[in-house]
Design a protein. Structure first.
Lengths: 172, 577
């Protein structure tokens, strides 16, 4: 049992998203995160799902999704074959005397300041999932008031070729 | 291609049904679907059968579909009309029966306001339909209707729902029925991979103990002739599930009948002691497999199905063959004949073994003087049906009577045994029989029912009587919820909670007469044959109340969670778990 990333192209029609998420709930698969939005075509959405399941269940999920009329294509995004990003907004408690430290630290980590208040700062972080995890770890000791994540989105790397082990030109 | 014609949405629904070749629809009108019923009244070639409960209409549409191979159509109003269709929709979902359900919906402006008789029909049925549409824009209506029929009848068949807002039915537009459907996300396979077929053929030729395991999918695919050719050409023994009954003639010597929870010991042994299971149009349902980890442990599996999601779902398929069955089976037979090069099959000893088991472990029950056994009634029906020149189509409810019908009736034709398998819906029998009669007016349609089931949907006797769709309903009346009582006796220390329906009420013969049908009661074996024959000849719907032994239990049995190979043959084996 592990967490897999699935990318789904589906028709941008009312009910399409509900059908996909209901497919998961009624078969008992837990969706860890879900991000959906339009693609290069406004009538087609892309859904990126993170789901906890075994390999066998993953195969079943993909096949069941293909049966849905609104679903056009289902692919697994394996970490080595995909570019994955996630955005988080984090509001951190910070007394005025520690503000500078925290801002400096977060800049090193690659986060941006989205807003500053009297006793709290909201950071914005976009990056690879592991980088996001690392940033969260970094600022946790300061006291996280609120956090929101978009859920992972991903696309297959153009540089990935089937299952070959050729290293990608630009691993970012 | 129809020319563009100006008309109302309600007319368009009827025109769409006509374009799809719909001959019969089953339903009940109501507020939100009134405009469509008005369109019916103004003229259509579609025959509407007025049911007495929307659940009845839905099961009628199912019986119609299973008896004919055509798409069944059920029509209901919003709110309770739609929710009353939920059971038949779930039933069609589980048994892959093609159904188009059209429901009225409140006006677009009222949707989401908890209006009178408003329910979220598409939301409620989402997990049990292949797809559904809520039509709020009249311009979409023709395409939606075309897509609905296409989705219902292609790939693995099943139910769809079209929910049409009342204002759409009342609106006017330029109607043109599309020639083609545009569904980029729905492309069922239309052929099979030749490499898979070759591998399957090689495996079959090498197998010492091969067995065909055929299910309802063969009937849905209209691939019965191809299956018969395969079985005969390669001399393969076959077991046939409840849902597949009739896909191979029951009297064919290579047909070893149903395996599974109430299948025969010999069919369970044949399936579980094989070295190659050739699964065709079937889904390794738990009623057949018993404990999955103990199912056919020594066998490789070839799985033929149109639905890729079924292949490997329960049991790993060593050789998956995804695609239409009629093509797959005929290519397989061809490949086998080529590859065999005239050599005799190597599995002759296995054929003898399976035949020996059949002789050793037939279906049996103990007759007792003065006690009418339900199996005797089924055997009498079987023998009576054999004397008829016209086709006999059977439907059943769910329970012990259903299992005895499966075990003892002989069905040699496809689409002659219509039952609720996956959902196991009590009350299916009578309305399904009415629907089957509408599809096959020249056949004699007999519902073998239980008293528990009969009481759930017997209001449809009115439909049978008034719509001139006569059926014969044989109620195996033991005064109990028989199958539940059996489990309480075997597994719950005979604590019979809430299963004693009693014989007190109703008097089924009187009930039948109240519905303008012929009523008969029989409680002795001596009167059985004559009474059933009279019911067949009644010329109108007949109900036969067969008072039979409540203590009779359905055997053989594979208790839930047990290995199918450990099937218990009879009560003598004294199992209490």
């Amino acid at each position: 049992m592990s967490t897999h990333t699935i990318s789904v192209r589906l028709e941008n029609k009312p009910g399409a998203l509900a059908r996909v998420s209901q497919l998961f709930s009624r078969r008992g698969y837990n969706i860890q995160s879900l991000a959906v939005g339009p693609t290069e075509r406004p009538d087609i959405s892309r859904l990126t799902l993170r789901v906890d399941c075994s390999e066998h269940s993953l195969e079943q999920i993909e096949k069941q999704m293909h049966k849905l009329v609104n679903v056009l294509r289902v692919t697994e995004l394996r970490p080595d074959e995909a570019i994955e990003r996630e955005l988080a907004l984090v509001t951190v408690s910070v007394p005025p005397d520690r503000r500078a430290d925290l801002v400096a630290l977060s800049q090193v980590a690659g986060a941006r300041v989205a807003d500053i208040g009297r006793d709290a700062i909201t950071f914005e972080f976009v990056g690879r999932p592991d980088q996001l995890e690392a940033f969260e770890e970094l600022i946790r000791p300061y006291g996280v008031r609120e956090l929101v994540r978009t859920g992972r989105v991903g696309l297959r790397r153009p540089s990935a070729s089937g299952r070959s082990s050729t290293p990608s030109v630009q691993q970012v | 291609m129809s020319r563009r014609t100006r008309m109302l949405g309600s007319d368009a629904i009827l025109r769409a049904l006509e374009h799809e070749g719909v001959e019969v629809a089953f339903g009940i009108p109501g507020g939100a679907i009134l405009p469509t019923y008005d369109a019916m009244a103004r003229g259509t070639s579609v025959r509407h059968v007025l049911a007495r409960h929307e659940q009845g209409a839905g099961h009628m549409a199912e019986g119609y579909a299973r008896a004919s191979g055509r798409v069944g159509v059920a029509i209901a109003t919003s709110g309770p009309g739609a929710t009353n269709l939920v059971t038949p929709i779930a039933d069609a979902w589980m048994d892959s029966t093609p159904l188009v359900c059209i429901t009225g919906q409140v006006r677009s402006s009222l949707i989401g306001t908890d209006a009178f008789q408003e329910t979220d029909a598409t939301g409620i049925t989402m997990p049990i339909v292949k797809h559904s549409w809520l039509v709020q824009d009249i311009e979409e209506l023709p395409q939606v209707m075309k897509a609905a029929f296409h989705v219902a009848r292609t790939g693995r068949q099943g139910p769809v729902l079209v929910d049409v807002a009342k204002d759409v039915q009342e609106a006017e537009f330029e109607f043109e029925y599309p020639d083609e459907v545009d569904l980029p996300g729905w492309k069922p396979p239309r052929k099979v991979h030749p490499k898979q077929v070759r591998e399957a053929a090689q495996a079959i030729l090498a197998a010492q103990r091969p067995i065909v395991y055929a299910g309802g999918g063969v009937l849905n695919a209209d691939a019965c002739a191809e299956l018969l050719r395969l079985v005969e050409s390669a001399r393969l023994p076959a077991v046939v599930t409840l849902m597949g009954k009739g896909c191979l003639p029951d009297s064919h010597p290579l047909n070893y009948g149903p395996p599974g929870m109430h299948g025969s010991k010999y069919a369970n042994w044949a399936l579980n002691k094989s070295d190659l299971v050739i699964a065709v149009g079937t889904r390794f349902d738990d009623r057949v497999t018993g404990k999955v980890s103990a199912f056919a442990p020594g066998a490789q599996v070839i799985h033929f199905d149109i639905d890729a999601a079924e292949v490997g779902k329960i049991r790993h398929a060593d050789i998956p063959v995804v695609g239409p069955l009629s093509i797959a089976l005929s290519e397989l037979t061809g490949e086998l004949e080529r590859a065999r090069e005239g050599r005799a099959p190597v599995h002759e000893p296995w054929l003898r073994q399976v035949e020996d088991w059949r002789e050793q472990f037939p279906f049996r029950y103990t007759k007792v003087d003065g006690v009418l056994k339900p199996q005797t009634a089924v055997e009498t029906l079987r023998d009576l049906a054999a004397t008829r020149t016209e086709d006999v189509v059977w439907t059943t409810g769910v329970g012990q009577h259903q299992m005895w019908a499966m075990q003892y009736l002989v069905c040699d034709q496809p689409r002659s045994f219509i039952t609720s398998g996956g959902l196991g819906t009590m009350g299916y029998g009578v309305p399904a029989a009415v629907g089957a009669k509408a599809a096959r007016p020249d056949a004699t349609v007999v519902c073998v029912d239980g008293d528990g089931c009969f009481q759930m949907t017997c209001q449809e006797l009115a439909t049978a009587a008034l719509e001139r769709l006569p059926i014969v309903a044989v109620v195996l009346n033991n005064g109990w919820l028989g199958m539940v009582r059996q489990w309480q006796e075997m597994f719950y220390d005979e604590r019979f909670a809430q299963t004693h329906l009693t014989h007190a009420v109703p008097d089924y013969a009187m009930l039948a007469e109240a519905y303008g049908c012929a009523g008969f009661t029989v409680d002795s074996e001596d009167d059985l044959e004559a009474t059933l024959a009279a019911a067949f000849e009644a010329g109108r719907t007949a109900v036969v109340d067969v008072r039979c032994d409540p203590e009779e239990k359905c055997f053989p049995m594979v208790p839930a969670g047990a290995a199918a190979v450990d099937v218990i043959e009879s009560d003598d084996e004294g199992v209490r778990i």
